[in-house]
Design a protein around this ligand. Structure first.
Ligand code: NDP
Ligand code: 2IT
Length: 444
């Protein structure tokens, strides 16, 4: 059996009942085949791939908290410190009822390669909790975050592991988490990113993932001779990534016509009104049913369906496996040119293969959504030098990083005779740097 197949089998057997983790491992290792097979005995002897698919450390902990009525609840907390070969563990925290160890491991594994692609010195990690923030009061969110940090604090630090936001964790949660860390540790350090601007946050971090997605998409289109201006985009999600993807798409002259949340989706033929979306989601924390009050010409539909809307560009920005084979077929039938992932692994393996086989430009999330974590790394730099950079400075660096990521993976794909396969290019480019650092540091 080839070494790649052995390790895919190994990952499945060692991590039972973790389908998302198996999916992420398969996607990465399959595209590393060309690299591994060129030097298979060396890699097998040093068990490089077994080490890469095994987190350095996995922390599971109890999170007890008391709601506003006096009822006690218990949630399951996680932090997976996946790989620190190129820098301190770095990656977000997700608060969502679907969170389990397999999901955190898939996200942590992806993060290793993503962080490598940014060109910045950050290792990969991820964490979270099966806590559902929906319908909770501010006070409940605060006491929950304090309890979560009361355990997590002992495992993290500005030079060890630096968490940030993800689904269900935004500026409010990061503030409460930071306050509790500082209180317990009596230490003012850049232990979290995505902080508020008055206490060490970076300008442009809020916008970074969505903006970065569009900088990447623009560069990918340009290098294929296509102008983004005038293109229709469909976007899923209505959270941090989706909102700023929509905002930057409009700035670049494209027309985003959809967004969605977990209950339904909006089609606005005149283009999404981003100010209305921000008010509904960031200020009121309300449902998308409200959008029609701002835009009477728009349509609201229950359930899922954004991928059925005719478009040139599709930007999945909600969650994993939200774009399946049937969705991919609908997009291709409607003439989609490009799919760029804002979320982590939103496209199933079958859908990805179908899109690529039908000539659609496909940007994998670990490349196209890397702007968030890249700007987090810029926040770490600012914290270390105790200075703050202007919005323009951070945004220019972000743009430069996204353009470089595109060219790095494009070059890697070409070097291995896989031109246009951006999934393979991203995995190979991300892998080579981490593999090199791991080999240089010995068996640790
Ligand atoms: P938010 O919590 O801000 O928004 C998530 C959005 O996706 C909401 O509209 C939510 O709807 C929807 N959503 C979440 N889960 C589901 C689900 N199971 N089914 C349908 N809709 C769902 O999260 P972010 O915008 O930060 O994250 C979105 C994606 O981007 C995730 O995959 C995340 O890992 C990824 N990402 C985030 C980065 C960041 O910097 N924040 C960086 C890189 C990637 P509802 O409110 O109804 O739950
Ligand atoms: O998936 C991701 O890259 C994030 N949620 C952002 C991580 C970070 O550390 O900013």
């Amino acid at each position: 059996m080839s070494y790649v197949d052995e390790v895919i089998q190994y990952a499945i057997e060692k991590n039972p009942a973790q389908p998302e983790f198996h999916q992420a491992v398969k996607e990465v290792l399959e595209s590393l085949r060309v690299v591994i097979e060129a030097d298979e005995e060396k890699y097998r002897k040093e068990a490089l791939l077994e080490r890469m698919v095994t987190p350095e450390r996995q922390i599971l902990f109890r999170v007890p908290w008391v709601d506003d009525k006096g009822q006690t609840h218990v949630n399951n907390g996680f932090r997976v410190q996946f790989n620190s070969a190129i820098g301190p563990y770095k990656g977000g925290l997700r608060f969502h009822p679907s969170v389990n160890l397999g999901i955190i491991k898939f996200l942590g594994f992806e993060q290793v390669f993503k962080n490598s692609l940014t060109g910045l010195p950050i290792g990969g990690g991820k964490g979270g909790c099966d806590f559902d923030p929906k319908g909770k009061s501010d006070h409940e969110i605060m006491v929950f975050c304090q309890s979560f940090m009361t355990e997590l604090y002992r495992h993290i630090g500005a030079d060890t592991d630096v968490p940030a936001g993800d689904i269900g964790v935004g500026g409010r949660e990061i503030g409460y988490l930071f306050g509790q860390y500082k209180r317990i540790r009596d230490c003012y350090e850049g232990v979290l990113t995505g902080k508020g601007l008055t206490y060490g946050g970076s300008l442009a971090r809020t916008e970074a993932t969505g903006y970065g997605l569009l900088y990447f998409t623009d560069e990918m289109l340009k290098s294929n001779g296509i102008d983004i201006a005038g293109k229709t985009a469909v976007v899923s999600g209505a959270g941090n990534v989706a909102i700023y993807a929509i905002e930057k798409a409009i700035e670049l002259g494209a027309k985003p016509v959809t967004c969605s949340d977990s209950t339904g989706w909006v089609y606005d033929p005149d283009g999404i009104d981003v100010a209305a979306l921000k008010e509904i989601k960031e200020v009121k924390r309300a449902r998308l049913t409200e959008y029609k009050n701002y835009r009477p010409n728009s349509e609201y539909h229950e359930g899922r369906g954004v991928w059925t809307v005719k478009c040139d560009i599709a930007l999945p920005c909600a969650t994993q496996n939200e774009l399946n084979l049937d969705d991919a077929k609908a997009l291709v039938a409607n003439g989609v040119i490009a799919v760029a992932e804002g979320a982590n692994m939103p496209t199933t393996l079958e859908a990805t293969e179908y899109l690529q086989a039908n000539g659609v430009l496909f940007a994998p999330g670990k490349a196209s959504n890397a702007g968030g974590v890249a700007t987090s790394a810029l926040e770490m730099s600012q914290n270390s030098e105790r200075l703050s950079w202007s919005f323009e400075e951070v945004d220019a660096k972000l743009k430069n990083i996204m353009v470089n990521i595109f060219h790095n993976l494009d070059d890697a794909a070409k070097q291995y005779c896989l031109e246009g396969n951006y999934v393979a290019g991203a995995n190979i480019a991300g892998f080579l740097k981490v593999a090199n650092a791991m080999e240089a540091q010995g068996i640790v």
